[in-house]
Ligand binder design. Structure first.
Ligand code: TXE
Length: 479
């Protein structure tokens, strides 16, 4: 079995204790590689290397840092097909989507933040005889902890701004999907990023993730993952007053008003519910439909649902692959059972899906639509993170807003209406960090990204990510 290695101080390394665990291909349900079960000794080694590399990287001209990051992006692009295939095998997302989304965005993230690092500057102020300016300065050694649902996209989204701002990075990818982070680390030395500036440590969240969180020489942590893990990281980090950026779960509403274009809105609602098998924090897992069009809209959904092709994610026309792991498949199936116990009616799907041939033991679940559940039941309150959407009828705009805001989460919402004034009113009242009008998951990397309530703390994207990875110093003088 292929061994994944850590990347520390510019060297590909076995974990110092020599321990590994297995990594599965979820589309066939079999282990195919070994992941380092890193521990504190690996982390010490990485922190030492990063501290040593920091002064040089910090003082390097931003244009040279950018050059190395652009080069890394180019190297990934040269190998994009291998990256997409590896991501597909590791995560289960269909190959075409890995290529168009995960890998393409990984490359774009590096280019984008390389440029952002050159533009990012402080501010000037003048008040009477006081002239001031600010100096945003890198923090030092920072950590990124990323999840399994969009491995390459989120891994790069977190470490690229950290590097661009002049920090050295300890990056921990998810132990469930470590492969593309490993492949990326193999290209780093050729990019011109100096040894020790960027380090990748693989391993389990509860072990190496927890060790990173409490390490005294890592004063900032950028995390994307589940809300309970985020809460744990926040509480550990608080004891040392570390800076944290937390991008956590969602239970996002898709709100369809009676004046929406039913064809476009039903396409959008299906994409929002089932993209990446529902394993995106932005997925619209609660579909709120105005009562007067409820039946018509449901019929449109049920008519289009069979067009989603489930199957071997390596096949070019597959749109719906397996869940990322057996444990996650069981969790999602458990939620479907719960929905039925809570009185839900399964309008479509609802079961594990068996694919013939190579993928017969894969962890597939049918795209599932459930109705007749009240907004306050567990199915409608908890993040399922799978291909499961509930339908919720509503009467008025106020009802829609109340239902949309009735969960502990507040990451994203999409609103479907042809009435601009209504779109503005509802956007302003929805409790979430992001609202899309007549679209879903369109991303401008300059825009702030993050959630309210239990969906997280802080904003990523563009300038906000650069601000997170810097400390601002104010310099004032009398003139
Ligand atoms: O994620 P975890 P899990 C949600 C989704 C999912 C649930 C649990 O609902 O079902 O979270 O998923 C590292 N200290 N999201 O358990 O554990 C871990 O190694 C430090 C939403 O797989 O949050 C991995 O690198 N680090 C989400 C990362 O945290 C720890 C995406 C995320 O894993 C740690 C993924 C610890 N104690 C899941 N424990 C989104 N917002 O997109 C784990 N980790």
């Amino acid at each position: 079995m292929q061994k994944i290695l850590n990347f520390i101080g510019g060297d590909m390394m076995e974990p110092l204790a020599g321990e590994y665990f297995e990594n599965e291909d979820p589309s066939i349900g079999k282990a195919y590689s070994l992941v380092p079960d890193s521990d504190e000794s690996d982390l010490e080694h990485a922190v030492k290397a990063a501290k040593k590399a920091f002064p040089h990287w910090r003082d390097m001209h931003a244009a040279l840092r950018a050059g190395a990051m652009h080069k890394l992006a180019d190297l990934i692009e040269e190998n994009a097909a291998e990256f997409a295939r590896a991501e597909c095998i590791d995560n289960g997302r269909p190959l075409s989507q890995c290529s168009a989304a995960n890998i393409a965005r990984g490359i774009a993230n590096l280019h984008f933040f390389a440029d952002e690092g050159q533009k990012f500057a402080g501010e000037n102020f003048k008040s009477g005889k006081i002239e001031s300016y600010t100096l945003p300065q890198p923090i030092g050694v920072v950590a990124t902890i990323s999840p399994w649902n969009l491995p390459m996209l989120l891994f790069t989204w977190k470490f690229a701004p950290a590097l661009a701002a002049g920090n050295c990075v300890i990056a921990k990818p998810s132990e469930v999907t470590p492969m593309t982070a490993y492949m990326l680390s193999e290209l780093v030395n050729d990019s011109g990023i100096p040894r020790g500036v960027f380090n990748v440590i693989h391993g389990k969240g509860a072990k190496i993730g927890a060790a990173i969180t409490k390490h005294p020489d890592i004063p900032a942590i950028s995390f994307t993952g589940g809300t309970s893990t985020g809460t744990e990281i926040y509480s550990t980090a608080a004891k040392q007053l570390k800076k944290v950026s937390l991008e956590l779960g969602g239970k996002n509403p898709t709100i369809v008003f009676e004046d929406a274009d039913i064809e476009t809105a039903s396409d959008g609602a299906l994409a929002a519910a089932f993209s990446n098998q529902g394993q995106i924090c932005l997925c619209g897992s609660r579909l709120l439909i105005q009562e007067s069009i409820y039946e018509r809209f449901k019929i449109a959904l049920l008519r289009k649902l069979p067009n989603i092709k489930i199957g071997d994610p390596l096949e070019a026309d597959t749109q719906h692959g397996p869940m990322v792991s057996k444990a996650h498949m069981e969790k999602v199936l458990g939620y479907i059972d719960l929905a039925v116990k809570e009185g839900g009616r399964i309008a479509a799907g609802g079961k594990r899906h068996i694919v013939d041939g190579r993928c017969k033991d894969g962890y597939f679940i049918e795209p599932t639509i459930i109705e007749k559940l009240p907004p306050d039941c567990r199915t409608n309150q908890e993040e399922i993170f799978g291909p499961v959407v509930t339908l919720l009828p509503f009467k008025t705009e106020e009802d829609a807003i109340a239902i949309a805001n009735s969960t502990q989460y507040g990451l994203a919402a999409s609103i479907w209406t042809q009435d601009d004034a209504r779109a503005k009113r509802v956007s302003a009242k929805i409790e979430s960090g992001i609202v899309w009008v007549n679209c879903w998951n369109v991303r401008d990397l300059n825009t702030p990204f993050g959630g309210v309530k239990k969906s997280g703390i802080g904003r990523e994207g563009g300038r906000r990510a650069m601000e997170f990875f810097t400390e601002e110093k104010t310099v004032s003088r009398m003139v």
